[in-house]
Design a protein around this ligand. Structure first.
Ligand code: GLU
Length: 313
């Protein structure tokens, strides 16, 4: 079976070094197997992800030489490649889950969610306490007069695990570690977890390569694959890049953003340094993505987060 990788950025700002490392690993992992790459723009939050950011991102990726075989500007059989244009597919999947009786309306406000004495995940998200889980139809109809509901998926007391291609075995209890999770927000925006599963399956993706911050989303996504009768891909999660003082990179604080970097560095300089940090370039010498194909191995990539030394870029 042909390998199909994908890069699925959310264009809420200029791409930073972490996003570029992701795109590089997606590209190398798929191309080394003779496979292809899909670019999908995850712009469900259209207010935060205006089209001009997506176009800038596409331009940056082309400049870096991280090309794609299907996606914006290239086309392909599984488009459109902007999530904001794919909501009919998410709606259809939602209806399938509704028919199974697994979806319920949730009227909790953000403040209520945080006030409920529910455990917090490491990433700060709240494990939903189940406040609206057992509302009667009459109670839900009454509440709906005041506030449009979000929609949640009822999860079972089951553990879901998988063998990550890079980080090894990982497992979570859906009920205890995730709780009933969002499928659609109260403003009608579909949730990442649903959209990503629908799209990866529809686009024939066979391997998902992404940062370890999404490792704990994977059990939820595997559960959705199962409910929707879809075949899941393989997953490879890689460690996060951190600033020299150990902070997460972010599009907002301009950490390692491409704005200034692109003016003072060539694409091979950026890729060579990233590949060095990620263990598959013996030195920080400039390398193109194509030149890195021969040296890339998942086994060389660290499993712990990587700090970017001060002054490297
Ligand atoms: N759109 C997500 C992000 O930029 C990535 C989703 C994924 O790779 O599954 O963080």
């Amino acid at each position: 079976m042909e390998t199909v990788g994908r890069f699925a950025p959310s264009p809420s700002g200029r791409i930073h070094l972490g996003n570029i490392l992701c795109a590089l690993l997606v590209w190398l992992s798929a191309r080394q197997k003779g496979g292809k790459v899909v670019l999908r723009i995850e712009d469900l939050d259209t207010a935060r992800c205006p089209r001009r950011y997506a176009h800038q991102m596409e331009d940056d990726l082309r400049w870096l030489g991280l090309t794609w075989n299907q996606g914006p500007g290239v086309g392909g059989p599984d488009g459109p490649y902007y999530q904001s244009e794919r909501t009919a597919l998410y709606q259809a999947a939602l209806e399938k889950l509704e028919q199974k009786g697994l979806v319920y309306p949730c009227f909790c406000t953000r403040a209520e969610l945080h006030a409920a004495s529910a455990p917090h995940r490491e990433d700060g998200q709240v494990v939903y306490a189940g406040t609206c889980r057992n509302l009667t139809a009459a109670e839900a109809a009454e509440k709906a007069k005041k506030r449009p509901p979000a929609l949640r998926l009822r999860v079972p007391e089951e553990s879901w695990g998988f063998a990550d291609g890079h980080l090894g075995a990982y497992e979570e209890s859906l009920a205890r570690d995730c709780g009933d999770f969002l499928l659609r927000r109260s403003d009608g925006m579909f949730a990442y977890q649903l959209a990503v599963v629908v799209d990866d399956a529809a686009m024939g993706v066979t391997e998902v390569v992404r940062g370890a911050d999404l490792l704990d989303s994977t059990p939820r996504q595997l559960y959705l694959y199962d409910l929707l009768g879809l075949t899941p891909p393989c997953f490879y999660h890689f460690p996060l890049l951190l600033t020299a003082d150990g902070r997460r990179l972010s599009k907002r604080n301009a950490d390692a953003g491409l704005d200034a970097l692109r003016d003072r560095s060539s694409a091979p300089e950026i890729l060579g340094k990233l590949a060095y940090l990620a263990g598959f370039n013996p030195s920080a010498e400039p390398r193109t993505a194509k030149e890195l194909l021969a040296d890339f191995r998942w086994e060389k990539v660290p499993t712990e987060d990587i700090r970017i030394p001060e002054g490297l870029f």
